[in-house]
Design a protein around this ligand. Structure first.
Ligand SMILES: *Cc1c(COP(=O)(O)O)cnc(C)c1O
Length: 341
């Protein structure tokens, strides 16, 4: 398979059209057989449920070329399960989990020429999503839906080296205690845009959201979960029913315990205690871990001892181990790596 002539190392994180995408439609209570298409356009009614009442959810995962030349994805079964949970909460039909995994496999294989080579630092981003397609004007769930997956090659996240982030404690809330924070709904992102744009205008990289009920506990950022490392080498991560269960974060907890012999705590984390942590990182598929150097609470700075120039030593070990597993350099736990070809 000849790869496309792409400057992999200088790719950004943006959409680039690839050859094929997967589409399946839901109508009269059933999903059709689905299949690959070259057509990158979605044509839906002007009154489609997704356009009026935002009935849509999505997933995000990656395909990698391993050291020995295989194309693999990382724990796609967890994305399938999470999308099923998102669909249920939004009153949408579940796209069967086995079919989700098979569709990921087919669309990646069909776009093999766009999967970045091993060592380039680039990866292929995979975006499954679904939305209500038929006209809905009285508020109710749509009856018809489309499930799609497209892929796009994305560049190395830490181009020009790792740079620890500066966060601000956000005055807006991301998720209500019994709202939709735990699912991957487009609506969670729509309402975070104002907060992230103003954060950027003020010179911050991300928002740290606190729990909406008491504003005393750490939740997450707009698109990544927190991990903290204590001074005695424990991994601590916030527990809350309104956090999106990051697959990267869950995987890092296993890596910490089983590969690095660390203790892990998933528990409520009070904002007042973060000044005592040694390291802080954000976890998600895009970057795996982005180190956080500083958190600013209305002018009051909390600076982690790991500093503003590099990843902290424990964060780095976690990062190296998980990316080593993903790239096939380190043996993976059973079932984590799905070989596509
Ligand atoms: C997608 C997402 C994450 C990261 O999840 P991963 O499965 O690790 O990619 C974290 N927080 C939010 C709000 C998200 O939408």
């Amino acid at each position: 398979m000849e790869k496309k002539n792409i400057d992999w190392a200088n790719l950004g994180f943006g959409y680039q059209k690839t050859d094929m995408r997967y589409v399946s439609n839901y109508k009269n209570g059933v999903w059709d057989g689905g299949g690959l298409t070259e057509d990158d356009k979605v044509v839906i009614n002007e009154c489609a449920g997704v356009l009026q009442y935002a009935q849509t959810c999505f997933e995000g995962l990656k395909a990698y070329t391993t050291e020995d030349g295989h194309i693999v994805t990382f724990r796609p079964d967890l994305n399938a399960k999470r999308m099923a949970d998102s669909a249920k909460r939004l009153q949408m039909p579940v796209f069967p989990e086995e079919r989700f995994i098979e569709a990921v496999e087919r669309v990646v294989a069909a776009n093999e020429a766009y999967v970045p080579p091993y060592g380039s630092g680039a990866t292929m981003y995979i975006r499954p999503y679904m939305f209500g397609t038929n006209p809905v004007i009285g508020v109710k769930p749509a009856d018809e839906y489309q499930f799609r997956i497209f892929t796009t090659p994305v560049g190395p996240y830490f181009k020009g080296g790792v740079k620890p982030l500066t966060l601000r404690v956000c005055d807006y809330d991301r998720a209500a205690p019994k709202g939709t924070g735990h699912i991957k709904a487009g609506l969670n992102y729509a309402m975070s845009l104002y907060a992230i744009v103003t954060a950027h205008e003020e010179g911050f990289d991300e928002n740290m959201y606190l729990d909406a009920a008491t504003r005393t506990k750490v939740e997450e950022t707009g698109g990544a979960n927190f991990i903290f490392i204590t001074k005695d080498n424990k991994l601590v991560t916030p527990k809350s029913s309104s956090i999106l269960p990051s697959i990267t974060r869950r995987s890092l907890m296993t890596v910490a315990k089983d590969y690095l012999g660390m203790e892990c705590e998933e528990r409520e984390v009070y904002f007042d205690e973060i000044k005592d942590f040694a390291e802080c990182g954000l976890c998600g598929t895009a970057a795996v871990i982005s180190p956080v150097g500083k958190i600013v609470d209305h002018g009051k700075e909390i600076c982690f001892p790991s500093g503003m120039t590099k990843m902290g030593p424990v964060t780095k070990k976690l990062y190296d181990t998980l990316t080593g597993i993903q790239m096939g350099r380190i043996e993976a736990p059973e079932g984590w790596i799905k070989v596509i070809k």
